[in-house]
Write a protein that binds this ligand. Sequence first.
Ligand code: FPP
Length: 222
Amino acid sequence: MKTSVQTLGIIMDGNRRYATQKGLPRIEGHRSGLDILVKCIEWCNEFGIKDVAFYAFSTENWKRSKQEVDALMGLLEYMLTEKKEDILKQDVRIRFVGDITKIPKKLQKLIVEMESQTKKHTKTVWICLSYGGRAEIVTAANTITGTITETNLEKSLWTADMPDLDMVIRTGGNHRLSNFLLWKASYAELYFTKTKWPAFTKQHLKRSFEWYEKNIQINNGK
Ligand code: FPP
């Protein structure tokens, strides 16, 4: 299937509820969520998506229990080491966006390594990490000395070279943006599904693209 979505954002919600429903510890939901994230990079590649951004860890997520934050950092390390080969096989550029200075130093090093190893590829996977849309805009505004315009502010964003999002998918049943890519999502179509992230499949992704095609036809006709 061909899709006209070129730039996609994904809010991966519902990991803990998925685990709880299955009678598993909450971290198991995040672990399964990471597997789906890596698979989803492959699916997006197959659908020809040029840029896909995943909301992996928000500024607000730092407020979760130390145990959960440590477990998520552990999963990040697992992604940057054990899962690295699977990601590199996809021939995509990996970019991490957010306040990376808050991430443990040894992981920052692995992040820089992965970014530089993949920089020659044209399709880009954006991992939003320690990321908040408001923080991104405020940080950009603070770099500007003269008058702030939309053009110069956009150039100073962490996501300066990310195109505007065509569509945002949010799993897990909630209908909100939760501080995700506020600037780049300004004109995005918003797709919500009750499916919890660890249960998300290639078929669900295809369904979201079909919805998008129908929806933009309706919107263009108005
Ligand atoms: C939201 O589900 C998901 C997250 C806070 C983290 C998403 C993380 C992954 C998919 C794993 C990869 C992570 C890293 C850092 C590489 P939730 O915990 O809010 O679930 P709930 O809505 O059921 O409570």
